[in-house]
Write a protein that binds this ligand. Sequence first.
Ligand code: NOJ
Ligand code: NOJ
Length: 449
Amino acid sequence: MPPDMRIVKTGAILAMGLFCIQSPSFGTESLAAMGVTGAPREEIQIRRAWALERLLANLSVEGTAPGAVVASPSKRDPNYFYHWVRDSGLVMSALIAEMDDVRWSASLRTRIETEVRDWLAFEARLQETPNRSGGLGEPRFLVDGRADHSDWGRPQNDGPALRALAAIRFAWREIALGRRLEVERRLYRAELPARTLIKKDLEFVAHHWRESSVDLWEEVTGDHFFTRMVQRRALLLGAELATALDDPEAAVSYRLEASKIARALEDHLDPARGVLLPTLRQVRANQLVQSRVEKTSGLDVAVVLGVLHGEVPAQSGGFTVQSRAVRRSAELLEADFLRLYPLNAGSSLLPREEMLAPAIGRYPEDVYDGTGSSQGHPWFLATNAYAEWHCRRGEGELGIRYLLRTIHHQGLAGEMSEQYLRTTGFQQGARDLTWSYASFLTATRACLE
Ligand code: NOJ
Ligand code: NOJ
């Protein structure tokens, strides 16, 4: 944020009679103290509440079906007023993690639970909605649940896996509360053809993971590290649920397919550079991407997102937040963003700025500016991914510095769009991106633990 805006921000906060969020002691505090106690921790707690509130504001909004998750309330430039299966799966996983946290008021927890149940019912409907992907890989739907007939990069096969992961988490919670019959009725029942939400997604993943699909950025068709990581995790966690719900044969087949995915994931390792390649067998770029970028760096924050959402800690083997190749990928990617984004050159005028970790974007060659193509910028969800990744690696002090980077570019009430400008840090692209809030919730949860 440029200094002029900072003054506006601080002034507004004081005028509103709030405590001083940008506490002057902030910049001089030692990082060691920061991670544990003091202003940053309290500030982060407050901003978590804002993020949760703003995330909830994007669920079941006026003019949409109950359970629909708009990617952003923005209806033009860009129009993100759609229900994306990927975004909503990630958003719901983050929300389910908050659902039983007694630090939230009882009414807030009830509200979260209602939203999660509505979302599950909405997704069950979408699974049955004929669409141009001809299966469960359809990336997005209209907010009233109808199919989207527009030209789009499809299928995107991370969606069913991410939806299953959120639903599985919810199913275990329900089982623990003695609602097993209800889970068997609506979420997972041992029968084929599958008629329940989780079982349908797991069958789809088990049978279709070998097929190439469009990546999470909706730009290239191929075999993607991110997609495979979340597919493998869905099958492994699905196998545990299948075992608990008397479906042992399914558990065996899900585990078997997961082990094959694990072997396919090894192919992403580039031995020469020690990095994980985000995409293999890239067959074509999405026709819709206006300027076809050659992705030559082999670096993408999708690799970090892949371990955040796809690691299976109890499992031996497989890539995790601790993997050396993930670290190598993350370091090289960050080095590129240091070079590419003037924002990362830093200004030493403000003491707090020295504490900020670099702003992180999607990948170096990115030209998507949030509405069209010019040049890519840092993304909140990418910066938050670095925060979460470091914190989950046990590097909390470093992780918090990425959170401070995010906070530095948030609006007065914690607003987060999709991107922030590589030059000035002003917000850019779809406003109030639901996924930005979800990523802030999971990152701060990991960092405050
Ligand atoms: C663009 C992102 O690249 C994609 O991952 C996301 O699903 C959509 N926007 C909607 O937020
Ligand atoms: C919209 C997609 O969601 C985004 O990820 C992509 O970069 C642009 N389209 C490309 O045009």
